[in-house]
Design a protein around this ligand. Sequence first.
Ligand code: SF4
Ligand code: F3S
Length: 104
Amino acid sequence: PYVVTDNCIRCKYTDCVEVCPVDCFYEGENMLVIHPDECIDCGVCEPECPAEAISPDTEPGLEKWLKINADYAKMWPNITQKRDALPEATEFDGVAGKFEQYFS
Ligand code: SF4
Ligand code: F3S
């Protein structure tokens, strides 16, 4: 599956949800995640993310993110329609290590 990674945190642009053919994005306060069992690996969301926060889980080092996506997709509500990005999105786009600092 594809996974949402660190740079979504505190940006949450939500362009990704508009293109997913199986509606497998789930929304937390600070970021979205993809349900790994529902994602069909089509890849159309990856180029839509302005923060470049979406990658296939086959890229090295993304095991942690696969687990985060799997765990939170079970708890958070489904999101299928784009909404405004977080007000601090521009400020936080590209900041390193957001998970450790800000994830709640
Ligand atoms: Fe949805 Fe396709 Fe992205 Fe998976 S890869 S989350 S199915 S748009
Ligand atoms: Fe996050 Fe990018 Fe979607 S910032 S909400 S993964 S468009």
